[in-house]
Ligand binder design. Structure first.
Ligand code: ZN
Length: 263
């Protein structure tokens, strides 16, 4: 891939990141992500195009609204940079192919869900439910290849992912006496099963549980966070799935290749 093309992909990624910021901000409020134009949340001034350039504007404006000087969160340029890097790295790793592009779109959905879950403790149905359907549809089309799932693996993935995690949540609630898993997490797991197949789920859920409990305990220890507060699980499922894309086959090969297999 040439430097020109890589720079272009970063630029396209940053522009998509700007759109993801709109989604992250508006979807939990059940507002349209297309109209109206972006406004300053504090003074309601419409943000001019030259103040809305991904990443750069935040620095040019020194993180303040041009009109009312209200601080603009660093989350905006961070999301834009992250989306730019995700776009480039995914297309470099999986190729500028239908599969690479589909995985990039999956990454966009996961970034959006992650930030919304951290901020609001929800994984909105308007993303997860169409996401499940799109995953299954892609698996039926001829243009996509692994790590995207075949239709058989996608269907098992949706059923096992959704059903399995729902059962786990139900058992947890029954025996631990508190809600361990939201239905949003179940739908996200079904989504990941639809896109990446059931094979992705053991790695994803195990990595998510490990990461989630580690970060959760650290959070409680360091900041004295109230342990009765919910800990969002969606971000760790998203990160676990992304880890699977890169390391899953290696880890499975290592584990399943051991002489004393348990199963
Ligand atoms: Zn303002």
């Amino acid at each position: 891939m040439s430097w020109d093309l890589m720079a272009l992909l970063l630029l396209i990624g940053a522009i998509w990141g700007s759109f993801l910021n709109v989604c992250i901000h508006r979807i939990p409020l059940e507002e349209s992500v297309v109209l109206p134009n972006s406004r300053c949340p504090a003074c309601r001034h419409i943000i001019a195009w030259y103040d809305n350039i991904p990443i750069l504007s935040w620095f040019v404006l020194r993180a303040r609204c041009r009109h009312c000087q209200t601080a603009i969160s660093p989350v905006y340029p961070i999301i834009e940079s992250l989306t730019a890097l995700l776009t480039l790295s995914t297309l470099l790793h999986f190729g500028l192919t239908p599969t690479g592009i589909a995985l990039t779109v999956l990454g966009y959905a996961l970034i959006t869900l992650t930030v919304i879950d951290f901020e609001h403790y929800i994984l909105p149905d308007v993303i997860t439910l169409p996401g499940i359907v799109i995953g299954v549809v892609l698996s039926l089309l001829p243009w996509f290849s692994p790590p995207l799932a075949s239709w058989q693996n996608a269907l098992i993935g949706v059923t096992a992912g959704g059903g399995g995690l729902w059962l786990f949540g139900w058992l947890f609630q029954r025996f631990a006496g508190k809600e361990g898993m939201g239905l949003g997490d179940v739908k996200l797991t079904a989504l990941l099963g639809a896109w990446l197949g059931w094979q992705a789920l053991p790695f994803t859920i195990f990595a998510a549980a490990l990461l989630g409990s580690f970060v959760g305990l650290l959070w409680i220890a360091v900041s004295g966070r109230d342990r009765s507060l919910p800990i969002p699980f969606g971000p760790y499922l998203a990160l676990g799935a992304w880890g699977y894309l890169y390391f899953g086959p290696t880890v499975y090969g290592w584990y399943l290749g051991r002489p004393l297999m348990m199963f």
